[in-house]
Write a protein that binds this ligand. Structure first.
Ligand code: HPA
Length: 266
């Protein structure tokens, strides 16, 4: 409540939509008009991001006529934060008044029909971290002790995403994201196992944020940009953070166009 109160006092309007920008996708924030930037470090109780390509600030302003709060850079458990630290900003944005959450991330493609540069709308996830942000005492005013995850990735928002992609001539993949702890990329054996488990793409974020969002009743839409094929899929390939950032930078315009269109429909 104190964190949300600080944001409320700092902003001219209550944001309607929360947006989280993943690795290499931070430039989307520059499309926000009349923006106010608030570093995470200035917000009471907020942790700050240390991962490469993650600025660590809220950028708030108007996107396609809608007042939004955008996280330019997210927190990851691999930075040493707890799952609940990672999910905390979602709970703060909900307390502030957002009505929907749009997430973006970078991932490695497991599905061999995917190609680098593809955008995947997430239909479901596998939380492979062994952690959960809701471990510990539950605040019943926020959400129930154990909440339903059957429709975590809003079918309605996914439909909007498909329509927006169709109108923009973007071929949108739809699939299951498996969230790992990181920070190391996976081994080829892990990727073979994840394919058997039903995963289409692998990354190191998103699952805690989505668990916290659904717990407090926020509808979620998540886009995953395939920045590389996952370990072992392309023989002799190696995976680097540089290529993740590079593909992110090159595809940010398309991801942004989708997010902008959808925000206008909410
Ligand atoms: N694995 C995990 N996280 C990622 C990857 C990957 O291959 N690419 C981008 N983020």
């Amino acid at each position: 409540q104190e964190s949300a109160a600080y944001l409320r006092e700092s902003l001219p309007q209550i944001p309607r939509v929360g947006i989280i920008l993943g690795s290499g996708l931070g430039s989307i924030a520059s499309e926000i008009n009349d923006s106010i930037s608030l570093p995470y470090a200035s917000v009471p109780y907020m942790r700050t991001s240390t991962a490469p390509g993650h600025s660590g600030r809220f950028v708030c302003g108007t996107l396609n006529g809608v007042y939004v709060i955008c996280m330019q850079g997210r927190l990851h458990a691999y930075e040493g934060y707890s799952a609940s630290d990672v999910a905390y900003p979602i709970q703060v944005m909900k307390e502030l008044g957002i009505e929907a959450l749009i997430l973006t991330n970078a991932s490695g493609g497991i599905n061999t029909s995917y190609a680098v540069g593809d955008i995947m709308v997430i239909s479901d996830h596998i939380n492979f971290t062994g952690l959960n942000p809701l471990v510990g005492p539950n605040d019943d005013e926020v959400g129930p002790r154990s909440h339903d995850m059957s429709h975590a990735y809003s079918p309605r928002l996914r439909e909007l995403a498909k329509q927006a992609a169709y109108q923009q001539g973007i071929h949108l993949q739809e699939g299951v994201y498996i969230g790992c702890l990181g920070p190391s990329f996976e081994t080829p054996a892990e990727i073979r196992a994840f394919r058997i488990l039903g995963a289409d793409a692998v990354g190191m974020s998103t699952v805690f944020e989505v668990i916290a969002a659904t717990h407090c009743g926020l509808p979620v839409l998540a886009f995953s940009l395939i920045t590389n094929m996952a370990a072992g899929i392309v023989a002799d390939d190696t995976i680097t953070m540089e290529e993740v950032a590079d593909i992110g930078g090159r595809k940010a315009v398309q991801v942004c166009a989708l997010v902008r269109d959808i925000v206008g429909e909410l």
